[in-house]
Design a protein around this ligand. Structure first.
Ligand SMILES: C[S@@+](CC[C@H](N)C(=O)[O-])C[C@H]1O[C@@H](n2cnc3c(N)ncnc32)[C@H](O)[C@@H]1O
Length: 389
């Protein structure tokens, strides 16, 4: 592909990604994969270059851009080499006309930038939310130590390793052997807030495909019981094969029916030593990996997520045995989903208290701990540990 053709491809992709964000369609990564699956003539260098252009444009626009061309023009304004590719050639974008509209620069839509500021994140901390993310893996202590010569250690996380960006993890022998899992350092750290011992009975209420479930099982030395639940059949179905690859045999999965979760969990009432609620959230802490997610969030969607978090917390509480713990995690930095959610839980559940888990990073925030890219070089998370009366 010529440089001009790459720019045209980036514009087409940005148009598709903007459309998907407006209509709740596929994620940017999926849109890009599908685009190139239909254009086999594009080589790996072309794909990489176009992908980088697309993501740079997504990162630079806080509000949803009017169209892909307006988004790419923002980059072209700061890059004469890119601007020169708007050359009107047959496969390239039309020449730049005077006064053409540009997408707005910024970190997030205005309402969200205000909510993040009200949650204590200044401009620099907000800007770090859309920087490129590192590639972290967790070493699975249930398998022989893998050989990862290019990996760097991560402070405070003996099982964490940072790989060179661009490493294709699922082609590494260590991955096939189940010795590593891709997991952001922050995600590994907040999982440590749930106290576990060998032989405990744990419920992972929002287990998804089991990223944190597998880490818990490894910390438990694969001894005890973990009940991994979710309402999403597709996500939960990915857990069993992952557990098998990781050598984890203590996990039982249970699909929950939304609205009927408590009935399906009646056999676990008051019996869990620990419950993990890795709640569905707005994901403001993971924009480094999904920067177009900030174009999808609306105040209405945020309100629905907050209501779901409240609901899931109230399902979790009765599962915990007296003196047991409930660990609440969100990968969001909005106070409505973190400290305010925990304060409301404590008001609804007299006798419960919080304690502060010792984590290798993060700072106290409300009744919990917050990690974020600017301060901790991790994705953004809020975690709180609640103790049952
Ligand atoms: C942040 S994700 C979990 C990620 C997972 N723990 C991990 O580490 O990979 C939140 C999950 O909550 C699930 N969920 C949503 N509503 C739920 C409910 N009422 N009960 C249980 N899980 C629910 C979603 O399907 C989603 O998989």
């Amino acid at each position: 592909m010529t440089p001009a053709a790459r720019s045209q491809a980036a514009i087409e992709l940005l148009d598709a990604i903007i459309g998907a964000a407006r209509t709740g369609g596929a994620a940017a990564d999926t849109v890009i994969q599908r685009y190139f699956a239909a254009r086999r003539y594009a080589g790996s260098k072309d794909r990489r270059a176009v992908r980088e252009l697309v993501y740079a444009a997504i990162r630079s626009s806080g509000e949803v851009p009017p169209n892909g061309r307006a988004a790419l023009l923002v980059l072209a304004d700061a890059d004469p080499v890119l601007a020169a590719t708007f050359d009107g050639s047959p496969r390239g974008p039309a020449a730049i006309a005077p006064g053409e509209p540009r997408a707005g620069r910024g970190v997030a839509p205005q309402w969200l930038a205000q909510a993040l500021a009200a949650s204590g994140l200044d401009a620099a901390a907000q800007a770090a939310l859309v920087e490129r993310a590192p590639l972290d893996v967790r070493i699975n202590g249930l398998k022989p130590a893998p050989d990862l010569p290019d990996a760097a250690p991560i402070a405070g996380l003996p099982e964490g390793r940072r790989l060179p960006s661009g490493t294709v993890v699922d082609t590494l022998p260590a991955f096939a052997e189940g010795a590593i899992e891709v997991q952001d350092a922050g995600s590994q750290m907040v999982g440590l807030a749930l106290p576990v011992e060998l032989g405990m009975a744990i419920v992972d209420l929002c287990a998804g495909a089991g990223g944190k479930t597998l880490a818990l099982a490894a910390r438990m030395g694969n001894r005890g019981r973990i009940l991994a639940c979710d309402t999403d059949r597709t996500r939960l179905s990915r857990l069993a094969p992952r557990a098998q690859r990781a050598g984890v045999s203590i996990v039982e999965t249970r699909l929950l029916d939304p609205g009927r979760e408590a009935a399906t969990l009646s056999d676990w009432q008051g019996r869990a030593d620990g419950v993990l609620v890795d709640a569905p959230c707005s994901g403001t802490g993971t924009w480094r990996r999904n920067p177009e997610a900030r174009w999808r969030l609306t105040p209405q969607r945020l309100a629905r997520l907050v209501a779901t978090q409240t609901h899931v917390l109230d399902i979790a509480a009765p599962l915990v045995r007296p003196g047991g713990s409930l660990t609440y995690i969100v990968c969001s930095l909005l106070d409505a989903e973190g400290p305010e959610q925990v304060a409301a839980f404590l008001a609804r559940h007299p006798g419960w208290r919080t304690d502060t888990p010792p984590l290798p990073a993060g700072s106290p925030h409300g009744a919990g701990i917050r990690l974020h890219p600017a301060a901790d070089d991790t994705d953004g998370f809020f975690v709180a540990r609640l103790i049952a009366p």
